[in-house]
Write a protein that binds this ligand. Structure first.
Ligand SMILES: *Cc1c(COP(=O)(O)O)cnc(C)c1O
Length: 421
């Protein structure tokens, strides 16, 4: 991870001495950098602007990291939000994100959540990204009760197959997400759905951790085709999120740069939509991982070593309840010792949870690690704390932020197991 480096054998993240922080604070903890977060958001937003896209709206996907302080920073940079629950809507608004910049995705929106979103402002939220016809009916009914007009965007299922893990792929017929073209076009003929709703956009989101943009391009072409077929005066086209990061060195080569990605979006929209229409809908993005994954690390303490014949286990105090991706998806995350040494011992880095899948890395080459040494799990800013749980009745970990002035701030206190009821 290029955001980490050793000075005098000590590991630094964004110019902060990790061992110093680890000695002062309760491990394990997440450590974020305001500078990296800000840079990632700005690179994304200005990448869109510089590629020629008009008035782009970047809606940060809250589910990747809903920490209040991080959201506050993103809100101050002008970010919008992609939310998938009432809880996330409340959080986004509390962080200062205007409802006019909020899109609401997800297949299971409840009546209560829909009403909350309609009441969020005079015009409700920017858009309900609708995933079924029954949902459209319910939103229309709720808007009628409130004497409002709901802003609707259909999430198109573009029937593409991106190259990513099957659990984070969402754009094919067998997936629960989005609506097929025929169903979208058919709904437009039924006036009953539209008495209190208005179609203002169309969206796609085909999956996460995308490194190959072929399926993305196909999906955007399909989005444009269907958008033209609706003949509706659309205000925006939402190209979703999903742009990947390099967790493994092998991925660094494949990683699309922001400018490559934005050029692809811009060229595809130009060719497939703007060249064929008078309308100039703005572009909406829903990135999560690309903004926040590299802005955070997870710091753990070594509890002890255990040797079973040829297997050397290093047992750490962080577990799969704190960071799930390796156990849930078999995801690779780099592990880096906080004290520099010769990495020559293959070991399994495992947590305290009573599950064999509670393993952050197998056969990783490490220096000799002793009780009390610290270890960093890299690239854990996205889908880290937000996917965590109290499994095994463990308290949730501390979250720290390296501020712009390099001051360290507690942005979420550690939860003790004594607080669990
Ligand atoms: C999860 C999700 C995103 C964000 O995905 P990333 O891979 O984190 O960019 C965007 N839009 C929708 C609808 C999602 O479900």
């Amino acid at each position: 991870m290029k955001e980490l480096d050793y000075k005098n054998k000590k590991l630094f993240f964004n110019h902060s001495d990790i061992s110093e922080l680890a000695k002062k604070n309760k491990t394990p903890f997440f450590l974020y950098s305001e500078e990296i977060l800000t840079k990632n958001y700005s690179d994304f937003f200005y990448g869109a602007v510089n590629s020629g896209l008009i008035n782009p709206l970047v809606c940060f996907a809250l589910k990747s990291n809903p920490n209040k302080e991080l959201l506050h920073i993103l809100a101050s940079l002008g970010s919008g939000a992609d939310i998938v629950s009432g809880g996330e809507l409340k959080r986004a608004m509390e962080a200062g994100i205007s409802p006019e910049k909020i899109v609401f995705s997800g297949v299971g929106k409840t009546e209560e959540e829909i009403i909350f979103a309609l009441k969020a402002s005079k015009t409700g939220i920017f858009s309900f990204n609708v995933e079924s016809i029954e949902e459209l009916e319910l939103i229309n009914q709720c808007a009628k009760k409130l004497k409002k007009k709901a802003r609707i965007c259909f999430r198109l299922n573009p029937v593409v197959q991106p190259k990513t893990h099957k659990y984070i792929s969402t754009g094919n017929k067998t997936h629960k997400f989005g609506l097929l073209e025929a169903d979208i076009l058919d709904s437009l003929h039924h006036k009953k759905y539209w008495t209190h709703s208005r179609l203002v956009g169309l969206s796609v989101h085909i999956g996460s951790q995308l490194l190959d943009l072929k399926a993305t391009k196909k999906a955007i072409i399909k989005l444009c085709d269907v958008a033209l077929s609706t003949k509706a005066p659309l205000e925006f086209l939402d190209v979703g999120g999903g742009l990947g990061v390099d967790y493994h060195p092998d991925e660094t080569q494949k990683l699309p740069s922001i400018s490559e990605y934005m050029s692809l979006v811009n060229e595809t929209l130009n060719k497939s939509f703007y060249a064929k229409s008078e309308l100039r809908p703005r572009v909406v993005f829903e990135p999560g991982r690309r903004i926040v994954a590299k802005a955070g690390i997870f710091v753990m303490k070594v509890l002890r070593n255990k040797i079973s014949e040829n297997n050397h286990f290093v047992i750490v105090d962080g577990g799969m309840n704190d960071f799930m991706r390796p156990s849930l998806y078999g995801a690779f995350h780099d592990l880096v010792p906080v004290k520099e040494g010769k990495s020559e011992n293959p070991c399994h880095i495992v947590g305290p949870i009573c599950e064999t899948s509670d393993c952050f890395g197998s056969n990783r080459l490490m220096p000799i690690l002793n009780t009390g040494d610290f270890l960093v799990l890299c690239d854990t800013g996205a889908y880290g704390y937000s996917m965590g749980s109290n499994y095994n009745l463990r308290g949730r970990p501390l979250e720290l932020l390296i501020g712009k002035n390099k001051k360290i701030k507690v942005i979420n206190k550690a939860q003790s197991y004594l607080e669990l009821s």
